[in-house]
Design a protein around this ligand. Structure first.
Ligand SMILES: *Cc1c(COP(=O)(O)O)cnc(C)c1O
Length: 353
């Protein structure tokens, strides 16, 4: 086996609601608010779309997801040959890393960001440069300074998971104008559909100026299809053509493709999700204790504290499973009732920062 695999461990999902109840001796219902899923679920039209295709399960899917490609390219107003689909954005990240990186290459990204950029780079025996965040934000200047002749990929996450912060259109344009244009800049916008900030990048527009800008999105978060596994990259068509050589021929399932088609066509539902989430998110930021939170454009809130495990346990006692980090706790925004309970805990908590 590759020696560098020993540096990594398999993904740790954390305890199940049942496991947590036993470990902490809890009663009553526990809500999973640890993985940034959209608790409202997908558009109701998705169920119908899936039902219509239940008799085709013995067929392989159509390679390259042509039906979804057509619908999504119209929605984004781009050429269809600029999209590559994966079994979740996770697989897209894997395919890009596999296609680009050889041993000794460097990637540049941030500390405290989505873990798969690091993970897949190590598998390819690449070196990972992790620039510290600045106040929970990607430090684009720091990333520019870390770029050198061995840099083969840059990974940005906007808004960032787990902090929820974002950089603006002008900041991204300035960044792209200074990165050597042979280095691909991967811009992961997994939470794009939750964003309400008006100065958030129009990355598709920036791609017209910078063909080394790559845009990554997913149906797992706001579209509510995490269980279906479908994500994508939008890039220049030559790069997509190359990545397509790496892609396993039937990577996106038949039902997943039709689910995503229905979800993509129901933009009214998506707009409702964005609004509801923004409304609930605002409630967290209306309390004075929100000075301990990073600002968020997503469906989660990162709470800073020097004793995250204590906060995690208190939220758990309130029925909410969240995700612990070394310097805080990430809370997925839930339904009204859970949010109110979590806000109650956050108002009482001793942050000690
Ligand atoms: C959830 C997430 C992903 C992976 O999404 P899938 O499409 O479910 O694989 C990628 N990037 C970020 C930043 C995420 O939060």
């Amino acid at each position: 086996m590759k020696e560098q695999i020993n540096q990594l461990s398999a993904y740790e999902p954390g305890l199940s609601p049942r496991g947590l109840k036993e470990k902490y001796g809890l009663e009553g219902e526990l809500y999973k608010l640890a993985s940034n899923e959209n608790l409202y679920g997908p558009s109701p039209k998705v169920k119908d779309a899936i039902s219509e295709h239940l008799d085709e399960l013995f067929y392989y899917p159509e390679t390259g997801s042509p039906t979804l490609r057509e619908v999504l390219s119209q929605h984004l107003n781009i050429d269809a040959d600029r999209i590559l689909f994966g079994a979740g954005l996770d697989e897209v990240i894997l395919m890009i890393s596999r296609a680009v990186l050889t041993p000794g290459d460097k990637i540049v990204t941030s500390e405290m960001t989505f873990g798969q950029y690091y993970h897949n780079a190590i598998v390819e025996a690449a070196t990972v440069i992790q620039v510290p965040l600045r106040e929970g934000q990607f430090d684009l200047e720091g990333i520019l300074q870390a770029v050198d002749d061995d840099t083969k990929l840059i990974w940005l996450c906007n808004p960032n998971n787990p902090t929820g912060t974002y950089f603006t259109h002008e900041e991204l344009r300035n960044f792209l104008s200074r990165v050597p244009n042979h280095i691909p800049v991967m811009i992961d916008e997994a939470y794009f559909e939750f964003v309400t900030a008006e100065d958030f990048p129009d990355t598709l527009a920036l791609q017209e100026e910078f063909d080394n800008a790559f845009l990554l999105r997913t149906f797992s978060k706001a579209y509510g299809l995490a269980g279906m596994r479908i994500g994508y990259v939008v890039a220049n068509s030559e790069a997509v053509k190359k990545y397509n050589i790496i892609r396993p021929p039937f990577n996106v399932g038949r039902l997943s493709e039709h689910a995503a088609v229905a979800a993509c066509k129901d933009q009214d539902y998506l707009a409702q999700i964005r609004e509801r989430n923004a409304h609930e998110r605002d409630k967290f930021f209306q309390i004075p204790e929100s000075r301990h939170f990073y600002p968020s454009q997503t469906n989660f809130v990162f709470v800073r504290t020097s004793h995250p495990h204590e906060l995690f346990k208190q939220l758990l006692s309130a029925g909410c499973i969240t995700r612990e980090f070394p310097n805080g706790v990430r809370i997925t925004i839930g339904f009204l009732e859970q949010n109110d309970r979590m806000i109650e805990v956050l108002r009482q908590f001793e942050y000690d920062e």
